[in-house]
Design a protein around this ligand. Structure first.
Ligand SMILES: Cc1cc2nc3c(=O)[nH]c(=O)nc-3n(C[C@H](O)[C@H](O)[C@H](O)COP(=O)(O)OP(=O)(O)OC[C@H]3O[C@@H](n4cnc5c(N)ncnc54)[C@H](O)[C@@H]3O)c2cc1C
Length: 530
């Protein structure tokens, strides 16, 4: 089995196939998770808004997968409460049909939430509740009070998307898979019209190599169409859709780490969220068809302004430039269904995944969600090996490390800091603590008093195959998006670690650092004048 693409979809396929005992390899052209799988809203959810679109199979699939991920990755996937405030004058909160009179909206929402819970088939324990105004404002004091009507609280879950991708890859390696990053599939090896492998370019060794496999899977997300075009008789249709998030300082938007806020209506008929993440608040997202360079999506000034004005409809505070720490944009690999009447708004195109086997033998795994990555892996397995039993996914893949074990490491971090690290490193947290115990000097700088970023970088270099400056600062540590200096302040220290651990030549590192500074300046330019 050769899986091309090291985002969450490829990681899920590799994991399922490795667990089933298949000889599995996965290649990724940049760093693992660096494309869409680091740029999601980080929600593991059924998708409350698909409920009003009456896409019940989609909601049910998401809810079941959420429950599965909560039980298989208990260290990384955590329940998250959603505060849903409703205001007078909303046209279609949560995309609710406009014929429902506003007096019946509260009741319809409660019925909807009850269905949402029922779709978990009894596995969801936390039930939604109606809140009194003072309870709602205690959870989110920054919400607008004028025209407030009522609020509800319901439950879904959250996970760091990169942490989940890396955990799935770790587990697939534990079960024998071989994974490689910075290795790009460039050409298919074809024998009698059938794909029998690929020629890949190794960006680290700067040379080409051949990989042969009985089954080749294209799991390259929005890039799937480009890769398919290189194979004989393989047509793939995708509708890339761009989604932007702003990363906001929590100073005016104080949210508890396990509560988020639903912005019940946007001007283009969707919903948006304020989500706690990395001690900050994510505001997102947008949803618009995208044409352009797939490899470097970036927010535009217009998108930043529009997100701010959507949020301010529901806020009693004003978000100003210093409150914006960063931003990121991702591309959804939405499936284009030629047979169906295509929706014009990308927000209404289904998030369902699709597995297409082309006559060349190449298998394309298209669409999907972070939430459904294991199901995508299972469905790919079933398509490739009909009649064979997929692995039983019952035992936790990423259990919580035992607190007693962590204590023996003698690391003096607060309980909440340890919790935040477990959310990122899961069952591998003890390795990070070993690094801290070995090199106490790496405990500083301590971002927000909780994250020892240099020790984390060393962990990713030693155990996570991180080999480049941008991969570390953006994808692994997220400093590109969560710090106003984008992590430029620790650039030299990161380069020092890469040089010491991997023997990377200083000139090559300098070139990477200079490219990183240019990228950081481009991100700043987007916010000029906002
Ligand atoms: C704004 C936004 C918000 C979202 N929010 C959520 C959410 O809250 N919950 C949820 O469940 N889902 C969410 N999603 C959806 C989810 O993020 C995506 O479905 C998922 O990340 C796609 O993963 P992927 O592995 O298919 O693609 P990617 O993560 O893009 O991975 C594909 C990989 O293939 C690699 N690649 C491409 N070409 C080659 C080649 N020739 N050789 C080798 N490698 C190659 C790329 O470098 C890339 O890393 C969101 C998506 C977006 C854009």
């Amino acid at each position: 089995m050769l899986v091309i693409g090291g985002g969450i979809s490829g990681a899920g396929i590799a994991l399922v196939c490795a667990l089933a005992g298949k000889r599995t390899a996965l290649i990724e052209q940049r760093d693992f998770g660096s494309a869409t799988s680091s740029r999601s809203s980080k929600l593991v959810h059924g998708g409350i808004r698909y409920l009003s679109q009456l896409d019940l199979p989609m909601v049910m699939e998401g809810v079941r997968e959420r429950e599965r991920l909560l039980s298989l990755f208990p260290s990384l996937v955590e329940p998250l409460a959603f505060l849903l405030p409703l205001y007078k004058g909303l046209k279609r909160p949560l995309g609710m049909p406009s014929f429902i009179p506003s007096a019946l909206r509260g009741l319809s929402l409660r019925i909807g939430l009850r269905c949402y819970e029922a779709l978990s088939m009894g596995t969801q324990t936390q039930k939604h509740a109606a809140l009194r105004a003072e309870e709602a404002f205690a959870l989110a004091p920054f919400l607008k009070r004028d025209e407030f009507e009522r609020a509800l609280l319901y439950y879904d879950a959250q996970a760091d998307d990169v942490a989940l991708t890396l955990a799935a890859l770790r587990a697939s390696r534990r079960h024998g898979a071989v994974v490689a990053n910075h290795l790009r599939a460039d050409r298919f090896l074809v024998d009698s019209g059938k794909v029998v492998g690929i020629e890949a370019y190794d960006d680290l060794a700067k040379k080409a190599l051949e990989v042969r496999a009985a089954h080749v899977v294209n799991a390259t997300g929005v890039f799937a169409k480009n890769l398919a075009a290189l194979a004989p008789r393989s047509d793939v249709h995708l509708l890339p859709s761009k989604g932007v998030h702003l990363v906001l300082s929590p100073s005016k938007l104080r949210l508890s780490s396990n509560t988020s806020v639903v912005l019940p209506e946007t001007s283009d008929g969707r919903i948006a969220f304020l989500i706690p993440w990395m001690g900050r608040v994510l505001l997102g997202t947008t949803d618009s068809p995208f044409e352009g360079d797939l490899s470097e999506p970036m927010a535009t000034q217009a998108e930043v302004r529009s997100l701010l004005s959507e949020a301010e409809r529901f806020l009693g505070i004003k978000i100003e430039r210093p409150d914006i720490l960063g931003h990121f944009a991702g591309l959804r690999p939405l499936v284009f269904e030629a047979s169906k009447k295509q929706e014009t708004a990308s927000s209404r195109v289904s998030r369902k995944h699709k597995i297409v086997r082309s006559p060349s033998g190449l298998t394309h795994v298209l669409g999907g969600k972070l939430t459904t990555f294991l199901l995508m892996g299972l469905d790919t397995f079933r398509a490739l090996f009909p009649g064979q039993k997929p692995p039983d996914l019952k035992t936790p893949i990423e259990p919580k490390p035992k607190p007693e074990w962590l204590k023996t490491k003698g690391v003096t971090l607060s309980a909440s800091a340890v919790q935040a690290l477990i959310r990122l490193y899961g069952a591998d947290t003890p390795r990070l603590f070993d690094i801290l115990a070995e090199s106490p000097s790496l405990a500083t700088p301590l971002l927000d008093g909780t994250r020892p970023v240099l020790a984390e970088a060393l962990y990713h270099i030693r155990y996570g195959m991180a080999v480049d400056v941008r991969g570390l600062l953006e994808t692994r540590l997220r400093l590109a998006w969560i710090l106003p200096d984008h992590g430029v302040g620790v650039l030299d220290a990161i380069m020092g670690l890469l040089q010491k651990e991997l023997g990377m030549p200083p000139q090559a590192l300098q070139a990477q650092a200079s490219a990183y500074r240019t990228y950081a300046a481009r991100m700043d330019a987007v916010l000029e004048g906002v």
